[in-house]
Design a protein around this ligand. Structure first.
Ligand code: ATP
Length: 454
């Protein structure tokens, strides 16, 4: 693939940092884990929330034409029959009879016209068989065919089946969108690349309903909006790529689809898919349920099933992209002025899990500690802050650099006015990336920081 750079060593360092500093842990780790499932630790959960909150802010709160929904994960099985997921949400699978590996058909090697297992090189392979990616479950006390349903493999379907209710209660006019953030589950055959391909993940999806004649224009419109979103969370435009999905590769009902891809250390991969799905979903549910999902246009007196453009992004993949993008190693002087390697997560302040760390210069000087705690109370209503009094100040800075805290405030003797009365109630504010320090008044700190993390 063009422009693709694979850097396994960098990825290993990132995975290790994620565990060491409490971003991402293997699910059920003390029992040996469960493949394709992950838990977000104390810092990971903050990063994830910042991302979801910002998406919601940009996609719902800052727009007049989008409302939200929070649908249930389990839905009537009829939804998955009508949407096509029960019959077609499958990957063709091949088993290797030699090493017993189960592989997606597109992973089988083709060596001079001969099919080969990529794991053991064996040539004794089964024919491709369909494997449904949905997790099956039973609702209620009896475990039989009548109680079967699935954990949703995407959040979108709740939006389609609630279309009429949302339309009537929100009184929106076309074009308008319904946004949702929530868990989705896919029994991926081959979970890999850390959290990139998981079996349980979160999606941020918008279904943007429109008149049929507006579909192609809106598909284009969302491209710029979505690219801007990634830039605004700190992912450089140069690392983002738009891949137009070919006619052969896109769903039969889609008139146009593109993926927004990011250059991960393991290669260029999809972050988000944007698809013009026509009126396929609403028409399918209208047919299967027998309930009208039409829109009535007051002005033209026309009744029709709206078309839809869907930007569908992955929370986990974006969190991973944020971490990969932020991970940097540079050089900084240690306590004695000797240069050493510094690991920094250069998160955009908007995304950083902790916004500001507050340090008393010494932990055994009560007035310094009291002042630092006062500052914590001052900032706490506005942002997530962290208090740290242990170890040399340089080490405390390093610990925060490694988890991406953009600002550090140090309370020293000057803060107490011991050296110069003019400096009383001022602190040093250190910026993570430049490591520059400025002297600021405590009374101006809240305003200064809230402006920088907005
Ligand atoms: P892929 O081709 O990588 O399997 P997809 O095209 O099937 O993805 P969509 O069905 O378009 O994915 O889902 C929308 C978004 O949901 C994806 O762009 C991705 O960010 C996220 N997503 C899908 N599958 C997974 C997964 N297994 N783990 C994490 N995120 C996922």
């Amino acid at each position: 693939m063009a422009g693709e750079k694979i850097d396994n060593q960098r990825m290993e360092k990132i995975v290790s940092l994620c565990k060491r500093r409490g971003f991402i842990f293997q699910s059920s780790e003390i029992y040996g884990g469960l493949n394709g499932l992950w838990d977000y630790g104390p810092l990971g959960v903050e990063l994830k929330r910042n991302l979801k909150n910002y998406w919601w802010r940009v996609m719902v709160h800052e727009r007049d034409d989008v409302v939200g929904l929070d649908g249930s994960i389990l839905m009537n099985r009829a939804v998955w029959k009508a949407s096509g997921h029960e019959d077609t949400f499958t990957d063709p699978m091949v088993d290797c009879r030699s090493c017993k590996a189960r592989l997606r058909a597109d992973q089988i090697l083709n060596k001079k016209g001969e099919q080969q297992c990529p794991v053991c090189g064996g040539k004794d392979l089964t024919e491709p068989r369909s494997f449904n990616l949905m997790f099956k479950t039973y609702v209620g006390a009896t475990e039989d065919e009548s109680s079967v349903t699935y954990l949703r493999p995407e959040t979108a379907q709740a939006i389609f089946v609630q279309f009429k209710n949302v339309l009537e209660t929100s009184r929106k006019k076309l074009p308008f969108g319904v946004a949702q953030i929530g868990k989705a589950f896919r029994n991926e055959i081959n979970p890999r690349n850390f959290t990139f391909r998981s079996r349980e993940f979160e999606q941020m999806e918008l279904e943007y309903f429109c008149r049929p004649e507006e579909g192609m224009r809106l598909l284009e419109y969302w491209k710029e909006e979505r690219l801007k979103f990634y830039e605004n969370i700190g992912i450089a435009r140069a690392e983002l790529h738009v891949l137009n999905v070919s006619d052969a590769d896109r769903a039969f009902y889609s008139k146009g689809t593109y993926d927004i891809e990011y250059d991960f250390p393991f290669g260029r991969q999809e972050l988000e898919g944007v698809a013009y799905r026509t009126d396929y979903d609403l028409s399918q549910h209208q047919k299967a349920s027998g309930k009208s999902l039409e829109y009535f246009d007051d002005e033209t007196k026309q009744k029709f099933v709206p078309h839809v453009v869907e930007p569908s992004a992955g929370v986990d993949r974006t969190v991973l992209a944020l971490i990969c993008e932020a991970y940097t190693e540079d050089e900084a002087p240690d306590e004695k002025g000797k240069m050493e390697t510094r690991t920094v997560l250069r998160f955009h302040p908007r995304m950083a899990p902790i916004k500001c760390a507050v340090f008393p210069l010494l932990k055994n000087k009560e007035p310094l500690v009291a002042k630092a705690k006062e500052i914590i109370s001052l900032l706490r209503p506005h942002m997530f802050v962290f208090y740290d009094e242990s170890g040399a100040i340089g080490r405390r800075y390093r610990r925060q650099d490694e988890i991406g805290t953009p600002f550090g405030v140090t309370v020293d003797f000057e803060t107490l006015g011991e050296k110069d009365a003019v400096l009383r109630d001022t602190v040093t504010l250190r910026e993570r990336d430049s490591m520059k320090q400025e002297r600021v008044k405590i009374s101006e700190l809240t305003q200064l920081l809230t402006a920088r993390i907005a």
